[in-house]
Write a protein that binds this ligand. Structure first.
Ligand SMILES: C[S@@+](CC[C@H](N)C(=O)[O-])C[C@H]1O[C@@H](n2cnc3c(N)ncnc32)[C@H](O)[C@@H]1O
Length: 221
C-alpha cells in the first residue's frame, strides 16, 4: 500500500476537499504503476504530466511521491486558491521534488502547447446541473466549490471539452485518465471515443456510496 499524501491547512470553503473520487484516483494510479513505469521510464525524455483541476493537490502529489518521481508536472486549475494549495501540499509531502511542479491558473489546458502532455489526469466537475457556474471573484467563498462540482448537462459539459480536444492535448504516445460518475453515461462516452479511433479501457468501476464512479483510460491505438 503506497502512502497517501497528508493534506494540511486548506480552506475547504474555497478548495475541493479530497473525497471518494480523489481516493479512487489514488487507487487507480497504484494499479497503473507498472504500466506507467514501463511506458515512461524507458525513454530518455522526462514525461510531461498534467492534472487538470488539481484542487488540494492530493492526486498530483501522490503520483509525484509514489509513481513517477522523475517527470515534469504542469498542473492547472481555474481556481487560484487551488493553484496555491497544490504547491503547499507538494512542499509539505515531498519538498525536495517541489521544483518539478509548475502550478498554473488556466481553463483546462488552454495555455499549454499542443501535443506535449504524456499523462493527463482529470477528476472533473461531473455532477449534472442546469448550467456551469460563472468564475467567481478570488475571495468568494462557496462558489468555488460549485465550480468544482457542477458539470452542466449530464455533468459532461467540461469533460467533453477535454475529450473533444484530446487529439490536440496528448503527445503521440500520451495517455489520459478521466473520472466519470454513472450519470455521465461513461459506457456511451467510451463507445463514442472508440468510434473516433481511441482505445478506451475501464480501470476502475466502483460503488461510492449511492454513486458509481469509473475511471477510463484513453490511448491512441
Ligand atoms: C472534483 S474537483 C477535483 C479536485 C482534485 N483533483 C481531487 O481529485 O480531489 C474538480 C476541480 O476542477 C477544477 N476546475 C473546474 N473547472 C475547471 C476548468 N475549466 N479548468 C481547470 N480546472 C477546473 C475545480 O476548481 C476543482 O478544483
Amino acid at each position: 500500500m503506497l502512502p497517501t499524501p497528508i493534506i494540511k491547512d486548506i480552506d475547504y470553503d474555497k478548495v475541493y476537499e479530497p473525497s471518494e473520487d480523489s481516493f479512487y484516483l489514488l487507487d487507480c494510479f497504484e494499479d497503473q504503476q507498472q504500466y506507467l513505469e514501463n511506458k515512461f521510464t524507458k525513454n530518455d525524455k522526462l514525461p510531461i504530466i498534467t492534472e487538470i483541476g488539481t484542487g488540494s493537490g492530493i492526486v498530483t502529489t501522490f503520483i509525484l511521491q509514489n509513481i513517477l518521481p522523475n517527470a515534469i508536472y504542469i498542473t492547472t486549475d481555474i481556481n487560484p486558491n487551488a493553484c496555491l494549495t497544490v504547491k503547499s501540499t507538494i512542499k509539505y509531502n515531498c519538498k525536495e521534488k517541489a521544483y518539478l511542479v509548475d502550478s498554473t491558473q488556466m481553463d483546462l489546458t488552454s495555455s499549454i502547447r499542443n501535443n506535449i502532455i504524456d499523462l493527463l489526469i482529470f477528476n472533473p466537475p461531473y455532477v449534472p446541473a442546469s448550467d456551469i457556474p460563472k468564475i467567481p471573484q478570488m475571495d468568494a467563498d462557496k462558489t468555488w466549490l460549485d465550480l468544482a462540482l457542477l458539470g452542466g448537462e449530464d455533468g459532461m459539459i467540461i469533460t467533453w471539452k477535454v475529450l473533444n480536444n484530446l487529439e490536440n492535448i496528448l503527445s503521440n504516445d500520451g495517455v489520459a485518465y478521466i473520472l466519470f460518475c454513472a450519470r455521465n453515461k461513461p459506457d456511451q462516452v467510451a463507445d463514442i471515443m472508440r468510434n473516433k479511433g481511441w482505445k478506451v479501457d475501464v480501470i476502475i468501476n466502483e460503488k461510492a456510496g449511492w454513486e458509481v464512479l469509473s475511471i477510463l483510460r484513453f490511448n491512441r491505438h
